[in-house]
Design a protein around this ligand. Structure first.
Ligand SMILES: *[C@@H]1O[C@H](CO)[C@@H](O)[C@H](O)[C@H]1NC(C)=O
Ligand SMILES: *[C@@H]1O[C@H](CO)[C@@H](O)[C@H](O)[C@H]1NC(C)=O
Ligand SMILES: *[C@@H]1O[C@H](CO)[C@@H](O)[C@H](O)[C@H]1NC(C)=O
Ligand SMILES: *[C@@H]1O[C@H](CO)[C@@H](O)[C@H](O)[C@H]1NC(C)=O
Ligand SMILES: *[C@@H]1O[C@H](CO)[C@@H](O)[C@H](O)[C@H]1NC(C)=O
Length: 635
C-alpha cells in the first residue's frame, strides 16, 4: 500500500513541473483521512493528496481531527500542507498540542493544495496514533477587492469591477465601451481612422454637450497625393478659461496635428471655419475633464489633389520637368543656370519634388536656388603672349569685363564686378575737386566702337567714391577707387562678364603677368590716342621697391610727381620702350589664378609712359575689399 503512494510521489518530485490536475472534474468540497483512519496508521508511509478546485476559487482546509505521533519539529511523523511547493503548515501531535493548528482553517492562496502524510518505520512497537481527518471546500475569490498588484498593470478594471463566483469581469460607465482586452474602458470616440476622401466627424454626443473625461483620438488618413481640408460648422463650443494672458484651452481642447508641424489647440466659442492642413494625414485629439462644459463641435472634411503650382522661375536659369504630371504630387523639376555665365552654388543641378503639402522641395528645403554669375572666365581665348597694344585687337570683347565710361565727353575705363556694379578709379569720377553727377556718366559694355559710341549706354544709379580719396592737386592718388551702381542689372553673356574680386589675402607676386585693357593707346611720341576697338597688353607686376626707386628718381628731375603708397603697385616691363604702359584710367589690371582672372588693379597714374625704368601705377584693389563689399551691401 505504502509503495503505491510512494511511486506517485517520487515521480512527481523528479519532474517538478509535472503536477497537473487529474483528468477528473474539479470538485467543490471533500474530505481526507490518513490511511486506515480511524485505526492506527501504518509505519513507513509517504502519502500525498493533490486537491484542486476551479480557477477563481481558493481552497479552505479544516483539520477536524489530529493524532500524529509527536516529535521535535514533527520530523518523524507529520502532515504537511503545501501550495505549489510552499509549505503552509507541518503538523503532528494531538489536538490541543502546540503543533496543532487549532480550529483555524488553512486557506490556500490558489486553487490547488497538496497534503503529504509521512510516517517513520523506526518505531518497532505497535503504533497507537490514528492520524488525521480533514475537510476542504472551494471558496470564491473576490478579485475586485484585491488591491492593485503594483506591477504597473494598474487595477484589474479601469472603471467598474464585478465579482462573480469563481471569476470577475470589468464594466464601463455610460459613454464608454470595454476594449477587447476586457480591462480598459474606451470612450466610444477613440481610435477611429477615417480613410475616405470625404467625411464627417463630431464630438461624442453632439449636438449635446460632451461627456467629461474624454480622451478621443480621430485620425484622417488619405492617399499621399491628396491634402485634407477641415470645415468646422458654426456650432462650435469648447470650454476655455480666461487667464491674465487671455483665453486658454486649460481643461478642454481639440488639438489638430499634422506631421512635421506644431499642433494647433482649439477652444472657445468661435468656429475655426476652414483649416487647410496641407497634409494627407491629420490627427484630432479631443480632451475634456470634469471642469467646465463643452457643447461640442462638428466638421466635414474634404480632400483635393496636391498641386504645387508653377515652380518659381529662376533668374538667369531655367526649370525642366523631369517626371510626374505637371506640378502635381511627386512631380520632379530640375533647376539649371545659364551656363557658362551662371552657375548654381556648388555647381550642381538641383531637383525639386512636389510634396504632399503642396510645396516644391529639394532636400527638405523649399528655397528656390539662385544662379550666381561666373567671374573671370572669358569664353573666348585671350592670347597669353600678345604684348603690343597696337596689334592686339579685341573686336569681340575678349576682355568681357572691360567697360567704357563716357563722362561728359571724357573717356575712361572701368570693369564689371557684379551684375549691378562697375569698379573704376576715383579720379575719373571727380571734376574740379568734386564728384561728378551720376547723370553725366554713360556706361558702354560689350562690343564697343569707342569713336562712334553707337549702341545704348547704361546709366548709373549712384556713384561711390572712396571716402579717403582726396586729390585736389593731382599729387595724391591714394585710395583711387570708386564704384558705380547701375540702374538695371546686367545679364551676362559671352561679351559681358564680371571679373572676380581679389580673394581674401591675395598676393601680388613680382613678375607675374597681368592683363591691362583699354581704348587709349600711347604713341611713341607720348601722344595718347583713342582707338576704335579695345586693345590689351600683358605687363608684369613690378617689385614695390623697384617702383619706389623709380618714382623717387623721377622726383629728382621733375616737379609734381605723386607719392607712391602701399595702396598702389606698379606694372610694366623693365626695359620700357616698345611696350606700352597703361590703358584707360580706371581700367582693369587683371591677374589670373586657377584659370580665373581677378581684379588686381585699377589704372591710376603714371609718369613718362614708355620710358625705360618707368611704370604704370595701379590701385591695389586687395586693400579695399572691405570697403567694396560694404558699399555693395549697403547700396
Ligand atoms: C526515523 O526516526 C529515527 C530515530 O528518531 C531517525 O534517525 C530517522 O532519521 C527517522 N527516519 C525518517 C525517515 O525520518
Ligand atoms: C463648409 O461648410 C459649410 C456648411 O457648414 C458650407 O456651406 C461651405 O460651403 C463649406 N465650405 C467649403 C469650402 O467646403
Ligand atoms: C544640368 O541640367 C542641364 C539641363 O537639364 C544639363 O544640360 C546639364 O548637363 C546639367 N548639368 C549637370 C552638372 O548635371
Ligand atoms: C541635404 O542637406 C543636408 C543638410 O542641410 C546636407 O548635409 C546634405 O549634404 C544635403 N544633401 C544633398 C544631396 O544635397
Ligand atoms: C550681351 O549683353 C550686352 C549687355 O546686356 C548686350 O548689349 C549684348 O548684345 C549681348 N551680347 C550677346 C551676344 O548677347
Amino acid at each position: 500500500m505504502g509503495w503505491t503512494y510512494c511511486v506517485i510521489w517520487c515521480l512527481c518530485l523528479s519532474v517538478s513541473e509535472c503536477w497537473q490536475p487529474p483528468n477528473s472534474e474539479p470538485v467543490m468540497q471533500g474530505e481526507l483521512q490518513s490511511p486506515q483512519y480511524p485505526r492506527p496508521y501504518p509505519p513507513n508511509l509517504l502519502t500525498q493528496w493533490d486537491i484542486w478546485v476551479p480557477e477563481g476559487y481558493q481552497i479552505q482546509l479544516s483539520i477536524t481531527h489530529l493524532d500524529i505521533k509527536a516529535s521535535s519539529g514533527c520530523n518523524q511523523d507529520s502532515l504537511t500542507v503545501l501550495h505549489e511547493q510552499k509549505v503552509l503548515g507541518k503538523f503532528c501531535g494531538q489536538e490541543n498540542s502546540a503543533d496543532h493548528p487549532g480550529k483555524e482553517p488553512i486557506l490556500s492562496p490558489g486553487n490547488t493544495l497538496t497534503l503529504i502524510f509521512q510516517t517513520n518505520d523506526s518505531t518497532p512497537e505497535l503504533q497507537q496514533h490514528i492520524g488525521f481527518s480533514a475537510t476542504y471546500k472551494a471558496i470564491d475569490i473576490d478579485e475586485c477587492s484585491q488591491s492593485d498588484p503594483g506591477d504597473g498593470s494598474g487595477p484589474l478594471c479601469t472603471q467598474i469591477c464585478v465579482n462573480t463566483p469563481g471569476s470577475y469581469h470589468c464594466s464601463c460607465y455610460t459613454g464608454y465601451k470595454l476594449h477587447l482586452d476586457q480591462h480598459t474602458c474606451l470612450s466610444s470616440c477613440d481610435g477611429c481612422i477615417y480613410d475616405k476622401r470625404e467625411g464627417h466627424l463630431a464630438s461624442p454626443a453632439y449636438p449635446h454637450p460632451s461627456p467629461p473625461f474624454l480622451s478621443c483620438k480621430y485620425i484622417i488618413s488619405v492617399e499621399p497625393s491628396f491634402t485634407i481640408t477641415l470645415n468646422f460648422t458654426d456650432n462650435f463650443h469648447i470650454d476655455n478659461v480666461d487667464t491674465e494672458q487671455g483665453p486658454r484651452c486649460l481643461h478642454h481642447w481639440l488639438q489638430v496635428s499634422t506631421p512635421g508641424r506644431e499642433p494647433m489647440k482649439l477652444c472657445g466659442g468661435k468656429s475655426p471655419g476652414l483649416i487647410a492642413t496641407n497634409s494627407n494625414t491629420v490627427r484630432l485629439d479631443y480632451h475634456t475633464d470634469a471642469e467646465g462644459l463643452s457643447r461640442g463641435w462638428s466638421l466635414d472634411y474634404s480632400t483635393h489633389v496636391v498641386d504645387c503650382g508653377e515652380p518659381e522661375p529662376l533668374l538667369n536659369g531655367g526649370v525642366t520637368y523631369l517626371s510626374g504630371s505637371q506640378n502635381q504630387y511627386h512631380s520632379v523639376v530640375q533647376y539649371h543656370c545659364n551656363e557658362p555665365f551662371y552657375t548654381l552654388p556648388g555647381g550642381r543641378n538641383v531637383t525639386f519634388t512636389c510634396e504632399a503639402d503642396g510645396k516644391w522641395r529639394s532636400n527638405h528645403s523649399d528655397v528656390t536656388p539662385t544662379c550666381v554669375s561666373v567671374c573671370g572666365q572669358p569664353t573666348k581665348l585671350i592670347s597669353t603672349y600678345q604684348r603690343t597694344i597696337a596689334s592686339s585687337e579685341g573686336p569681340d570683347s575678349k576682355i568681357p569685363w572691360h567697360v567704357l565710361l563716357n563722362i561728359d565727353g571724357r573717356i575712361a575705363g572701368g570693369m564689371v564686378i557684379a551684375d549691378r556694379w562697375i569698379m573704376t578709379a576715383a579720379h575719373t569720377l571727380t571734376h574740379d575737386r568734386k564728384p561728378i553727377s551720376k547723370e553725366t556718366v554713360q556706361i558702354y559694355m560689350g562690343p564697343i566702337n569707342a569713336k562712334t559710341l553707337l549702341g545704348s549706354p547704361v546709366s548709373a544709379a549712384s556713384i561711390h567714391i572712396h571716402p579717403e580719396y582726396n586729390n585736389p592737386d593731382f599729387l595724391d592718388y591714394n585710395s583711387d577707387i570708386a564704384l558705380i551702381k547701375l540702374q538695371d542689372p546686367i545679364t551676362f553673356n559671352s561679351s559681358v562678364m564680371p571679373i572676380c574680386l581679389p580673394a581674401e589675402g591675395a598676393t601680388y607676386v613680382t613678375d607675374t603677368i597681368g592683363l591691362v585693357s583699354g581704348f587709349t593707346i600711347t604713341e611713341p611720341d607720348n601722344q595718347r590716342i583713342l582707338t576704335n576697338d579695345l586693345k590689351y597688353v600683358h605687363l608684369l607686376v613690378v617689385e614695390q621697391e623697384t617702383c619706389s626707386n623709380s618714382v623717387n628718381k623721377l622726383k629728382e628731375t621733375m616737379d609734381n610727381v605723386p607719392d607712391l603708397t602701399n595702396n598702389m603697385f606698379c606694372a610694366g616691363v623693365p626695359e620700357g620702350g616698345k611696350d606700352s604702359c597703361h590703358g584707360d584710367s580706371g581700367g582693369p589690371f587683371a591677374l589670373r589664378d586657377d584659370g580665373r582672372f581677378w581684379a588686381a588693379g585699377i589704372v591710376s597714374w603714371g609718369v613718362g609712359c614708355r620710358n625705360q625704368g618707368t611704370y604704370g601705377v595701379y590701385t591695389r584693389v586687395a586693400n579695399y575689399l572691405d570697403w567694396i563689399y560694404k558699399t555693395m551691401q549697403e547700396n
